[in-house]
Write a protein that binds this ligand. Sequence first.
Ligand SMILES: Cc1cc2nc3c(=O)[nH]c(=O)nc-3n(C[C@H](O)[C@H](O)[C@H](O)COP(=O)(O)OP(=O)(O)OC[C@H]3O[C@@H](n4cnc5c(N)ncnc54)[C@H](O)[C@@H]3O)c2cc1C
Length: 393
Amino acid sequence: MKIKNFYDIVVVGSGPAGGMTAMTASRKGASVLILERDREVGIPVRCAEGISLTSLIKFFEPDKKWISKYIEGAKLYAPNGEAVLMPSSAIGKGVILKREIFDAHICNIAVENGAEIITNADVFDLIKKNGKICGVKFRHFNKEKIVRTNLVIGADGPESRIGRLAGLKTFSQISDIEPSAQYVLTNLKIEHKFSHFYFGKKIAPGGYAWIFPKGENIANVGIGVRADKCNGKNAKEFLDEFVSRNLPNAKMISFITGCVPTGMTLKKITADNIMLVGDAARQVNPVSGGGLSNVLLAGKIAGNVAADAVKMNDFSNKFLKKYHKIWMKEKGNQQKLLHKLKEIFFDFSDEKLNDLTTHLNQIPSEKLTQFQLLKTAIREKPSLVKELIRYYL
Ligand SMILES: Cc1cc2nc3c(=O)[nH]c(=O)nc-3n(C[C@H](O)[C@H](O)[C@H](O)COP(=O)(O)OP(=O)(O)OC[C@H]3O[C@@H](n4cnc5c(N)ncnc54)[C@H](O)[C@@H]3O)c2cc1C
């Protein structure tokens, strides 16, 4: 397929962040090219595919084509096995997506609005003229190609090469990177109405294990851990132990590994002619490791600002950093608070987690909101109140 030499915007990566940015900017009239390294949008799926229904409907009308299952609540398991149920009447419904179809759906809307997409396109360098970014170089079926643009958007996931090439500081502390491993397992006997979260230093140090049902007997079963707390054991080893203990009859369909950036948004996510969005900008919820709702929002903000930049013909950092400002106002400060909570919560001893679960089980389940969890955390660490005041006032 023939592509043009120049686009207003080139988006690197067709995940939810890149797709949403492209969709928003193309809807506002910008010419957009998406370059995706993989053979197909959305494949392989490196995600447990869970998102709250409230978050999802802010962006899309739910469609059974890309939804595996609705979830009626979350069960949290203490290290001793005691579980507390947070029903959907208190926390809202959840959704398990079919990411391969969901990601493609977002890109399809972008394409319907005039965007173009090339898969098998691995972006390996930026083109600069007098120090100014003006395009990208990519490999397409072993051929090196170039495309010129006024604005490159790095939506290239947690390893973001684009950020590094642009000279943005993308370094993350080891404590803010969660190596993860996940199977899709079948032949399961599970309470498939709920998602399940397992905590404990021996189960998943610095993180948790999850079972997110995709159907009655099939689920995404995974684990995320903190590398610096694992004494040399890797995420897959923890996951295999978890599966043989809890799901001994399970049969494997697929296996993936990945990294979840659980730090805060990078200090700088824009520069002249460049923006970073999604995992590339570290916009994940640091406690849950969930990125979907945040990166969809970030993509929407980035796409709007990018399209405005095209209209104004202003691609300076001064103009583009409006995106960073809006993001911080909408989510960034909440993310800072959650980052603090992560440090506190995942430091709890197994005994404390057992006690907390017993305590939470004394609260009527319809009152078990996230606020209630926060209150319990404050009881354990009163200095958290100071942090809350600092971020919310
Ligand atoms: C095991 C695991 C489970 C998770 N579970 C959940 C969950 O249940 N709920 C949730 O909300 N979040 C979850 N997350 C996090 C979520 O998957 C991410 O936050 C989300 O995918 C980020 O979207 P993104 O578009 O920024 O990046 P990605 O989805 O990673 O997309 C980046 C895209 O860029 C492409 N790319 C990279 N480099 C280049 C290049 N040089 N040239 C061209 N293309 C390139 C990649 O191929 C990829 O398609 C999970 C993550 C992992 C690892």
